[in-house]
Design a protein around this ligand. Structure first.
Ligand code: HMG
Ligand code: MG
Length: 298
């Protein structure tokens, strides 16, 4: 049976924009966050506190965090790969920080310049400091089904990483298909591997749509009871260290499917479509949500 309710974390402002080559003004990012919360999103991944040399688009992290109109019932999260990032982030009062590791050694090296074991050593003091400050901690697990450098990833590698995350106190984890090569079966196996260390309540799905499988993979995860997902409004995005990878599943498409199934999200689809069209127009891009395109064509 399906969950009756699903919670969506829109990662568009972060995952969606981090790889954008043209400069996107902080004011546009701030307005995107505003429109997402007006559409009913209760969790928004706003930005990341990473090296501006590695990801120039996120260099305005503090400005964006300072500019958003905070709502008490919305959780604002930011990525923090190390203590330096955490110290910069904490000044901006995030509700949740995200450490990000990978189930693939090669991807860990390319993305955060260290091995999986080293990454956990770097995350540990970040997690400890965040929890001591009353800030929630999520752990993103990249490449849980496939890696651009290593190919297929075994569920054992996912379980290994999930166990390490649990060991340092990470409260919940994202099972990410970074390059969108997963299918309903491989994604289910990655979730089952994660369930060895986290319960359903603390697992979210994060599926990129590179191969057009992300909505199917979302349904596969919903079918095993997962009820937290990350998605990007209008399907924005891609990871700079996963060449050719496209954006996350479009939030609009997930909302349309779930509402059609009678599963609540608390999101107003029309307002969400407006938010997606706003950012698509700002970037001069066609809207990446099939649902938005269909609705707007009517
Ligand atoms: P490093 O070069 O190994 O770090 O980078 P370092 O400690 O040796 O420091 C080197 C320089 O970076 C120093 O500056 C530091 O101060 C600076 P310099 O002395 O040369 O001028 N530095 C920083 N500056 C700002 N903020 C920081 C920071 N840390 C060091 N936090 C590091 C290691 C992790 C920082 C680097 O590799 C990096 O920034 N990588 C970017 C990774 C990234 O943002 N990837 C995209 C997000 S993950 C993703 O998209 C996947 C996800 O969506 C899930 C999925 O789909 O799979 C989450
Ligand atoms: Mg991602």
């Amino acid at each position: 049976s399906y969950p009756t309710q699903v919670r969506l974390i829109d990662v568009g402002p972060r995952d969606g924009l981090q790889n954008e080559k043209q400069p996107v003004p902080a004011a546009i990012k701030i307005e995107l966050v505003q429109r997402l919360q007006e559409a009913g999103l209760k969790e928004i991944e706003v930005t990341s506190f990473v090296s501006p040399k590695w990801v120039p688009q996120m260099a305005d992290n503090a400005e964006v965090m300072a500019g958003i109109e905070r709502r008490a019932d919305v959780r604002y999260s930011v990525l923090t790969p190390n203590l330096k990032g955490f110290e910069a982030a904490i000044a901006t009062r995030p509700d949740e920080i995200v450490v990000f590791g990978a189930a693939s050694e090669a991807f860990s090296q390319k993305n955060i310049n260290c091995s999986i074991a080293e990454s956990i050593e770097r995350f540990a003091p970040v997690v400890e400091a965040a929890l001591a400050a009353g800030i929630a901690v999520r752990g993103a697990m990249s490449c849980t089904v496939g890696c651009p450098y290593e190919g297929e990833i075994a569920p054992e590698q996912v379980s290994y990483l999930a166990g390490l995350m649990k060991g340092i106190g990470v409260q919940r984890v994202d099972v990410a298909d970074t390059i969108g090569v997963g299918n309903p079966l491989s994604v289910r196996r990655a979730i089952e591997a994660t369930l060895k260390h986290y319960d359903l309540e603390h697992i979210s799905g994060h599926f990129h749509d590179t191969y057009g499988q992300a909505l199917s993979n979302t349904l596969a995860a919903v079918s095993v009871g997962v009820w937290n997902f990350q998605s990007s409004v209008s399907g924005l995005g891609g990871c700079p260290y996963a060449k050719g990878a496209t954006g996350n599943v479009a939030t609009e498409d997930v909302v349309f499917m779930l509402h059609g199934m009678g599963i609540e999200t608390g999101i107003d689809l029309d307002k969400l479509i407006d938010a997606g069209q706003f950012i698509s127009d700002s970037l001069g891009r066609p809207n990446g949500s099939r649902v938005a395109r269909a609705v707007l064509a009517k």
